[in-house]
Ligand binder design. Structure first.
Ligand code: DGT
Ligand code: CA
Ligand code: CA
Ligand code: ZN
Length: 579
């Protein structure tokens, strides 16, 4: 099995966490966390480095960790990792998923109350047994219960990339099976929803080939449990915990099933009612004459999904728009937007380097952006009060400008923009003075602290920041972390209006846990003509690729290329920044 960097980084990260939980020396813990980030952002091929014995030449990888990585890459397992896992109750790392609960507190809970699972923790908190522990109080207890509640509400959903990656592997192996003439991802994954309940896959194959296809599916190496297995439908649970449905239909049924299982349910309901209005009954297998239908209109022949929409007098509706939010009215009039695509992007603007909490240097980030075919890159490291993230002092800002100048000199036709991700302080003022703010090409203003606000306070704080003439765009506007932290209560209608009034832009933070601005709000922003930037919030070179998830959100928000600022030319960007 090929060990990819992500997997190795993941194991190193897990070791760091297990050491944290055991309360070991903090230098040792940090060494593993840092090694994880180093490996993930490594430019070279990991296996090559292991083979040539050059791994320890990499900065931050000493002999001890180097040997362990070598063991993992060459044998597929690491004894030290297994041993550490055995040394602690398996439920402890799970407790870290509760917002606001770090390794130190989990260790106290375990040592003093013997709590080793979320269920036990919930019970203890409800019985108010946590309040008197070292470093805990009534407030902590309350927050833990809120955190558990949020986890429980999201327990049955998965982040888009996690589901998408698993689905891709299943589809790849299904496509290789004899008799499979078509195989597509359907459901919420095809609609590019921000979180996914289960994976839906549709296959086309003749009847006599279905049984062996289903057998191959349920014995796939990713499958840990078979819920149901039939010839036309099977459901399983995959290793990562998500369920996966596979359905097999005939070639003639395929376009109808593809449409039906892509959904959404609400979109399907409207499709069916429009078919009925034409005298046809529509289901996942095809059109048929509606019972008691008025006209005896000929049943249309459909070999593609496109034909199906055409038969109903509609323009083809891209899957991302199938949420029954006005797509029928637009499709009827041929007014659907031409949606932005990944290849339309020419760069991006919210990226971190090792000047703050990024893992890669400026030169490495620029090279990665060029490899993606981009023609500009905006660097926005953290501002100085973001101490936890290596925020830049004014002196470090000047040093970074020098570095940008020297890297820029060696580039032809590629532009580095000098930006900053400036903290919005609790009173809505910014974390740099006007003189420093004025020295940047652009400013991303974001909230990273003091999340506990009521709606009026949060809205006022953000609007005050937007009013600041040095602010170019608002970063991750609602602060949500998908499946773990709710957005702060903020009146986004007022925030969007303020952005429109002051001529500011808003980012779609493309990090798969954020996807913030939410696509439902992206549409409102478009209606107010607010320019949208798709920003990956990249903390290493790989992270730049996250713009893909931002493009999904932009498409779900009905954006065309021209609505997305990072499809613009350098000249258009310059003009916008100068304004
Ligand atoms: P998810 O899995 O919660 O992320 O969301 P979906 O949209 O993938 O939902 P899922 O897996 O339950 O069903 C896949 C599609 O099948 C759904 O988008 C539309 C269609 N579908 C499922 N149940 C119904 C139903 O009761 N009525 C209609 N019209 N369509 C349905
Ligand atoms: Ca689904
Ligand atoms: Ca399903
Ligand atoms: Zn940020």
């Amino acid at each position: 099995m090929k060990m990819d960097k992500k997997h190795v980084a993941h194991i190193l990260e897990e070791i760091g966490t297990l050491l944290d939980l055991r309360g070991e020396n903090s230098f040792k813990c940090r060494a593993y966390h840092n090694a994880a980030r180093t490996i993930e952002s490594l430019g070279e091929d990991l296996e090559q480095l292991v083979r040539s014995g050059e791994l320890t030449n990499v900065k931050g990888i000493g002999k001890g960790i180097g040997d362990k990585i070598t063991e993992l890459v060459t044998t597929g397992r690491m004894e030290y990792h297994e041993e550490l896992k055995r040394s602690l109750p398996p439920g402890l790392p799970d407790m870290l998923r509760i917002q606001g609960l770090g390794p130190k507190k989990v260790k106290v809970l375990f040592d003093q109350l013997g709590i080793e699972s979320i269920a036990q923790l919930k019970q203890a908190a409800e019985e108010h047994r946590l309040q008197n522990l070292d470093g805990f109080g009534a407030r902590t207890e309350e927050n833990i219960l809120v955190g558990i509640d949020s986890l429980e509400r999201h327990a049955d959903r998965f982040l888009y990339p996690v589901a998408s990656e698993a689905a891709r592997r299943i589809v790849e192996s299904l496509k290789r099976l004899p008799g499979v003439t078509a195989c597509e991802i359907t459901g919420s994954l095809r609609r590019k929803k921000e979180t996914i309940g289960d994976i839906d896959i549709l296959v086309s194959a003749s009847e006599k080939q279905r049984k062996p296809i289903m057998q191959a599916f349920s014995s796939h190496e990713e499958v840990v449990r078979v819920i149901a297995q039939g010839e036309t439908k099977s459901s399983v649970t995959l290793r990562i915990g998500i369920n996966c449905d596979v359905r097999i239909v005939s070639k003639a049924e395929f376009p109808f099933a593809l449409n039906y299982f892509t959904g959404s349910k609400e979109h399907n309901v409207e499709m069916r009612s429009r078919a009925l209005a034409k005298g046809w009954s529509l289901n996942e297998y095809g059109f048929s004459p509606a019972k008691g239908g008025k006209g005896k209109r000929r049943i249309p022949e459909c070999t593609t999904e496109n034909d199906l929409y055409r038969a109903l007098g509609l323009e083809f509706v891209p899957p991302e728009l199938r949420e029954e939010m006005g797509e029928f009215e637009a499709a009827e009039q041929g007014m659907l937007p031409e949606l932005v695509e990944l290849k339309d992007l020419r760069g991006t603007f919210h990226c971190h380097t090792n000047f703050s909490d990024g893992a890669n240097s400026l030169a490495e980030m620029v090279a990665a952006a060029q490899a993606l075919g981009w023609s500009y890159l905006g660097i926005a490291d953290h501002s100085h009060s973001a101490a936890y993230a290596g925020g830049l002092s004014p002196a470090r800002v000047r040093a970074q400008f020098k570095e940008i100048e020297s890297v820029q000199k060696r580039l032809k036709g590629f532009r580095i923009y000098r930006g900053s991700e400036v903290d919005i302080l609790s009173d809505g003022s910014l974390d740099f003075n006007d003189k420093i703010l004025a020295s940047f090409d652009y400013v991303v203003a974001s909230i990273h602290s003091k999340f506990k606000m009521n709606e009026a306070e949060a809205t006022k704080r953000i609007i005050k920041a937007l009013k600041n003439k040095f602010v170019t765009m608002l970063g991750h506007p609602t602060g949500r972390l998908l499946l773990s932290r709710d957005p702060y209560p903020v009146n986004m209608t007022e925030v969007l209006q303020a952005a429109a009034d002051y001529g500011r832009a808003i980012e779609i933070n493309a990090h798969p846990m954020r996807l913030d601005l939410d696509w439902r709000l992206v549409r409102q922003a478009k209606a107010k003509k607010i320019p949208i930037f798709i920003n990956p919030d990249a903390h290493n070179t790989e992270g730049l690729r996250d713009v893909e998830y931002g493009v999904n959100v932009a498409r779900k928000g009905w954006l065309s290329a021209k609505d997305v600022a990072n499809t613009w030319s350098q000249r258009q960007i310059d003009r916008f920044f100068q304004k």
